[in-house]
Design a protein. Structure first.
Length: 242
């Protein structure tokens, strides 16, 4: 079991010699494409080497281990998330932009969720995000450990939402059917058990749950949850203090 603190970012980069046919940037980008297409189980140094037209040995010259490669890939996609500067917008808008950007990134790259927390996230893109987020929340008036708790609360909502939606999207894709077709296959069972769960059945009927587009439902649920979190944080931020 490798040491948690043994990160690709804490080790000195290998010196470049000669004119290598591949760069570390090319390797990381190709790894991300492979992860997006086939998930974490589809990534191996051998398969990545074949994709790049190079042997696995050549890859190890640039990236020592698969774990290092994943660290590099996670930080690279984290760079897709924009965090506004303090003063560019009200703090609620800034946090919403950050949260929606993070959710969109996780839905584009669902494999990232499985790696969060496994290795330290201390790459340059993550640290830039962290620095910008601290500045944004500090300017809003959050301080001390409370600032960390605010960030953790918002991030947990993002990751939870993206995890559920990503799992549903993957299940639909594996089935080879559309979401509407899968819902239709489930309706006979739901009709059968409605008498045993009348409140749930009535709610489904009144709100047209059986016809709801799942993507729209996930978007609405995420926006509702984020707004309620921000409502609570705003109230907490302006509370009278002793």
């Amino acid at each position: 079991m490798p040491d948690f603190t043994d990160s690709v970012w804490t080790r000195p980069a290998r010196p470049r010699t000669g004119q290598p046919s591949l760069s570390r940037e090319q390797i990381v980008r190709s790894a991300i494409e492979l992860l997006d297409a086939e998930g974490a189980n589809g990534l191996s140094m051998r398969r990545l080497g074949a994709r790049l037209g190079s042997g696995a040995t050549s890859l190890y010259w640039h990236v020592a281990t698969k774990d290092d490669l994943v660290e590099l890939a996670v930080d690279e996609v984290m760079g897709e998330v924009y965090v506004p500067e303090p003063g560019d917008a009200p703090w609620r808008v800034g946090v919403s932009v950050m949260a929606n950007g993070l959710r969109a990134m996780l839905l584009r790259h669902p494999w990232v969720i499985g790696y969060l927390g496994m290795r330290p996230t201390i790459g340059p893109n993550v640290l830039r995000m962290s620095n910008r987020t601290i500045a944004l929340l500090s300017a809003a008036g959050f301080t001390g450990p409370g600032l960390s708790h605010v960030h953790a609360l918002v991030t947990a909502h993002v990751i939870g939402s993206a995890t559920m939606e990503g799992a549903v999207v993957a299940a639909v894709r594996r089935s080879g059917r559309t979401a509407a077709e899968l819902r239709a296959r489930m309706e006979p069972f739901m009709d059968k058990v409605a008498v045993d769960y009348p409140d749930y059945a009535r709610w489904r009927e009144e709100n047209g749950v059986a016809e709801m587009d799942p993507t729209e439902g996930f978007d609405q649920s995420f926006a509702f949850g984020l707004d309620r979190i921000l409502d609570g944080l705003e109230q907490w931020l302006t509370r009278p203090t002793a």
